[in-house]
Design a binder for this molecule. Structure first.
Ligand code: AMP
Length: 423
């Protein structure tokens, strides 16, 4: 036998037992986005590497070590997208969508790729859903984005969420802050964790994000970004907080929240859950007013979030033990001729009544077909070709109460058309 080919580390198959929950969740997200006036956008899985270098930033983990990048045959450097914001903004600019209306609301559900160390809730191919609202610089738009992110979880019954928000201000405020932060941290350089030591030069803001105990001890006395915000930043942040209170969305201000990517400014937020292990971030986002311009478009403010679908699934799977996976009808065929008949009957029932019908194709005994019907939780079985029924008759058995009737083959449709309603 030849060697077994396995999937690539950090990727996962979604098997039929889980795919129903995936489909249901995705469909809820699609409906939810539509309710809020957001339109689906789909962009290619790979882009020019430069797009991500220019948007995510050269000093980020993603660009430095996590991207799947290769040289195409013509020498162009290409990359599997590690997130979708850059691609959406590229598409917005390229297709001149800003000309269609002063505000554009997009959402996506698609795969992203990062070469991270795989663990529970962290994969190398994963699915993100998210929104990008491009056009408004006002705080009400920030709130709309947080609201969508939060309410999806709420609607799906995910509790115990923490919404952390912060404002990292305008570029100018942040530059001033970073100078002072560096000044504060430099004397402690040797006491910082290795990764934070290297970030002190490349991306000092990220040190605030550190989980290392050593770092936390030092960071707790660091200057606060809130002291560096200008009046406009402060006023916007206040509007956001007040609106969140009006909407009954619980939140906490976390001054150490900075988010990994370079393109954010102003409000940033994340939603975390303690129920999914170490990788607790469900969703992150914020305002990125300079990105459109940075990628060659007309200066246009924007705000969005990205959420991980696998992490959401980890929670939903625990909650979904009672999901109804039942089949409406299983047609049991006693002989080969009956199997052919069953395929025609099933076709009519599915197309006319829209009900889920499964037929036998393994030519098993009636007894094992009955076992199968029980296993897949069929609500009804139709038995065709039994010796004690006449040629044009079938047995319809209600699997819930065990009752059964003989019915003419021509009457199956009307039987289910009428009785099916109060099953
Ligand atoms: P980010 O773009 O890093 O802000 O990620 C947004 C969300 O995507 C996170 O909050 C996670 O839920 C999810 N996510 C990010 N990286 C991964 C990964 N490697 N595997 C699974 N989910 C991820």
């Amino acid at each position: 036998m030849s060697d077994l080919i396995r999937n690539i580390k950090g990727t996962k198959d979604i098997l039929p037992l889980d795919s129903k929950l995936w489909l249901e969740t995705e469909s809820i997200i699609h409906n939810f986005m539509s309710l809020h006036g957001y339109h689906l956008i789909k962009t290619p899985v790979f882009e020019k590497t430069e797009l991500f270098n220019r948007s995510i930033g050269e000093n980020t983990d993603i660009v430095n070590k996590e991207m799947y990048t290769w040289e195409d045959r013509d020498g162009t450097s290409l990359t599997l997208r590690p997130e979708l914001t850059a691609s959406v903004v590229r598409s917005f600019i390229q297709n001149q969508l800003g000309n269609l209306s002063p505000i554009q609301r997009f959402y996506y559900i698609d795969s992203s790729f990062r070469r991270e160390r795989p663990q529970k809730g962290r994969q190398r191919q994963f699915t993100q859903y998210g929104v990008e609202s491009i056009g408004s610089h006002n705080p009400e738009q920030d709130v709309e984005v947080i609201l969508i992110a939060f309410r999806i979880y709420q609607m799906l019954g995910v509790n115990d969420l923490a919404v952390n928000i912060n404002s990292i201000g305008s570029k100018e405020s942040r530059l001033n802050y970073v100078v002072d932060l560096k000044k504060f941290l430099t004397p402690f350089k040797n006491k910082l964790s290795d990764i934070s030591q290297s970030r002190l030069e490349s991306n000092p803001l990220r040190i605030l994000d550190s989980k290392s105990k050593k770092d936390l001890e030092i960071i707790k006395d660091a200057p606060l970004i809130s002291d560096y915000l200008n009046e406009k930043d402060q006023a916007n942040f206040e509007v956001i907080q007040n609106l969140l209170i009006d909407l009954n969305i619980p939140f906490k201000i976390n001054e150490n929240l900075v988010r990994g990517l370079d393109y954010y400014n102003g409000m940033i937020f994340e939603i975390i859950s303690d129920n999914i292990g170490a990788q607790s971030a469900l969703c992150g986002g914020g305002r990125y007013d300079r990105l459109v311009e940075q990628l060659g478009g007309k200066s246009t403010p924007a705000v969005g979030f990205a959420a991980g679908l696998e992490r959401l699934m980890l929670i939903l799977k625990e909650q979904s033990e009672n999901l109804d996976y039942s089949t409406d009808i299983y047609i049991i065929s006693s002989n080969e001729e009956a199997i052919s008949q069953s395929i025609v009957i099933a076709d009519i029932l599915r197309n006319k009544l829209g009900i889920k019908v499964i037929t036998e194709t393994l030519r098993r005994s009636v007894r094992s077909q009955m076992r199968e019907a029980n296993k897949i939780n069929a609500q009804f079985v139709i038995i065709i070709g039994q010796e004690d029924t006449s040629n044009n008759e079938v047995i319809i058995k209600n699997m819930k109460d065990g009752s059964q009737i003989n019915a003419s083959i021509d009457k199956i449709e009307s039987y289910f058309g009428v009785d099916y309603e109060y099953k």
